[in-house]
Design a protein around this ligand. Sequence first.
Ligand code: CDV
Length: 302
Amino acid sequence: MARDLTIAVCQTGPIQKRAQRAETVDRLVALLERAAAAGAEIAVFPELALTTFFPRWRIDDQAEIEAFFEPAMPGPQTQRLYDAAARLKIGFALGYAELTRVDGGRFNTMDLVGHDGKLVGRYRKIHVPGSSEPEPGTTVHLERRYFEPGNLGFPVFVYRGVRVGMAICNDRRWPETYRMLCLNGAEIVLIGYNTPLLLDEAPALAHLRMFHNHLPMQAGAYQNTVWVAAAAKAGVEDGQALIGGSCIIAPTGEIAAQAISLGDEVIVHRADLDLIAICRKVNFDFARYRRPDQYRLIADQV
Ligand code: CDV
């Protein structure tokens, strides 16, 4: 029997600092409704989808920092999104700033929520970029000030019989992300990102920002025979331009659907999961051809 899953990528436009959480959740619910109306069975939202990308600032006021974090998911202000998932019978993956209940850990997190509105699984960003203090000559990007590196590995969860993994922004540039998720059996990788259009440290690469967005995701999809669906937070957010380019990528490496705006936008594609086996047979039958015994560092190489 043919297997497929209809995926929606819910790109958002900027979420300004002044936006109230309720207003932002309204936007996410509206996007989820559009995704469900288009027949999607799962949707992915951006990284830190409930707030502005606050690591672009050095913030010293603890109360101000706390306001960006979620001590519980769902919480009083996000419950409506979970209720919408259950009402519309559509799952979603949502990026947010997590404050853990037990030990106060802080992570850049993405949760996978089922079509019953209940938590399916959690991923915490592993490749946390930037620094903890502003560094001269570089665009201020202080994720390492606010977040610890993820400590849950690259887990894969079963959603409607499909094996789903997640990754967050900078993770998408690293081959290890796709390889680990796919060694763990992922058939679909859901990604959220906030990527500045310009980096002060690399003006020579400015024209490549979108190319370097799609290149690793297309390569990751192709080399690991997996569907990739990636949602940007796009547009000018609190004075910083963020790229869009949200997309759905087939295991062939082809972009199957792509956003055309820098605002709230839904793109949908029915992902043919049988394509994975076809692509695997051609080049990437891991069990047959991978040689982990030879993948080792060689000391004293001349
Ligand atoms: N939010 C991110 O992880 N941003 C990174 C860079 C630009 C710091 C990215 O890879 O897009």
